[in-house]
Design a binder for this molecule. Structure first.
Ligand SMILES: [Ca+2]
Length: 416
């Protein structure tokens, strides 16, 4: 879902429910439907508030160049959708260990279907790879994670969903920008409001583009003059995803990561420390598959489940994939799925599966204890993202521990 930044936990994957939610309930639909999903009924108060917002919005959209005709046709389908708000509020409740997220991201079904689409769409994926320099397995992995290879592209009307989120105000400015971008897409003639379908959060088509990302990065690869990411033919959507990654700086020939082992007492995990593979190898970091790791450029060592789980030497392409969805768990899902689709094996070192997922109360307790000791200044929200991890690292350094930033039950016990 390019264009929607998320700050998510490393050890605990908060499921991005809007899109790219590997294994979530968004993947139950057996086939896409051409008909938009029904809009739940708003209360009279909600509808009245929405209608007042719509008057102001029309003026703002007109000032940004949206024609009266497009505004009329779009606002005719716009309505307050309580379901969208319910889904928006539900996002943060889903937390589970990264290995459970990856189990469903790289499930046998997703792998089998991935091999199938690489055969069925092999010719066009190879042409896309040749044009943009992004491996076809990476593009296929994004397709597989975002919409299960187009099976679930979302059936929500984009205009009503974005209008509801823009009116709602939790992230109103962001979604109003997306709504204006959606109107520009309609104005350009690429799609009409009734066929502009996607997720409740505004992500559209096979590879779940937000409207602003569409305007900047979608491409017409079929050559019919339209950038069509919504129809059954995935060609434009797949090329658009490849173009997006290329524009974000994809380095052809560079892996996203190489699994490694680290020497005993290793203390340099984290994205903040970047060295050439030769420098890492000089201090005892080794590829689990043996052999020297070529100099693909500066790399960091990531240990998503702390010292007792797999370690990855990550390269700049890891960051590039994160521009699609900023959760490390998502990037690892794409990377591992693409590796296996390309015939490379999965992770060698097992995850510490006996670690249980912490409850929201426990995650908040960790933040509160770190805040009380002066290590954490962020919100006590139970979302153990990068801010919490940095605080954990700082505390671990002060304790003389290996600073892996990993949040689990053992850490909570030590903090107590
Ligand atoms: Ca086209």
């Amino acid at each position: 879902m390019p264009g929607k930044a998320k700050v998510l936990a490393l050890g605990l994957a908060l499921l991005p429910m809007g899109c790219g939610s590997a294994g979530s309930e968004r993947y139950v639909s057996p086939r896409p439907s051409a008909a938009p999903a029904a809009i739940a009924v708003a209360t009279p108060e909600q509808q009245a508030g929405f209608d007042r917002w719509a008057v102001g919005f029309r003026a703002r959209a007109a000032s940004k160049g949206i024609s009266p005709g497009v505004l009329n046709s779009a606002m005719r389908v716009a309505a307050y959708d309580p379901d969208v708000i319910r889904l928006d509020r539900r996002q943060a409740e889903f937390a589970r260990p990264i290995w459970e997220y990856l189990d469903s991201a790289v499930s046998d079904t997703r792998l089998a279907n991935g091999r199938k689409v690489l055969t069925e769409h092999g010719a066009v994926l190879s042409r896309i790879e040749a044009r943009y320099g992004v491996p076809k397995e990476v593009v296929a992995a994004i397709w597989g994670m975002e919409t299960s290879y187009g099976v679930n592209r979302g059936k929500k009307g984009i205009i009503p969903s974005l209008a509801t989120l823009a009116y709602d105000g939790r992230r109103g400015a962001f979604f109003e920008d997306q709504l204006i971008a959606a109107l520009k897409i309609i104005q350009a003639g690429d799609v009409d409001p009734a066929h502009m379908l996607g997720s409740w959060a505004g992500a559209m088509g096979h590879t779940q583009f937000m409207p602003t990302s569409y305007l900047s990065y979608a491409v017409d690869f079929t050559g019919d003059g339209k950038r069509d990411i919504w129809s059954d033919n995935p060609t434009d959507a797949l090329a658009s995803a490849a173009n997006y990654l290329a524009k974000m700086g994809w380095t052809t020939g560079q892996p996203w990561a190489v699994e490694v082992t680290v020497p005993a007492g290793f203390r340099e995990a984290g994205k903040g420390i970047r060295k050439a593979p030769s420098a890492w190898q000089a201090q005892g970091v080794k590829s689990v598959r043996g052999g020297r790791i070529p100099d693909h450029g500066a790399a960091s060592i990531l240990m998503p489940a702390g010292a007792n789980g797999p370690a990855l030497m990550i390269f700049d392409n890891f960051r590039v994939i994160s521009r699609y969805n900023n959760a490390d768990s998502y990037v690892m899902g794409i990377g591992l799925l693409s590796d296996q689709l390309a015939g490379r094996g999965g992770l060698q070192r097992p995850w510490p599966r006996s670690d249980r997922a912490l409850t929201e109360a426990e995650r908040k307790e960790i933040q509160r204890r770190l805040a009380d000791m002066g290590y954490y200044q962020g919100e006590i929200d139970g979302v153990t993202g990068s801010g919490t991890m940095e605080a954990v690292r700082a505390w671990q350094v002060a304790q003389g521990m290996a600073p892996d930033g990993y949040v689990n039950e053992a850490l909570l016990k030590k903090l107590r």
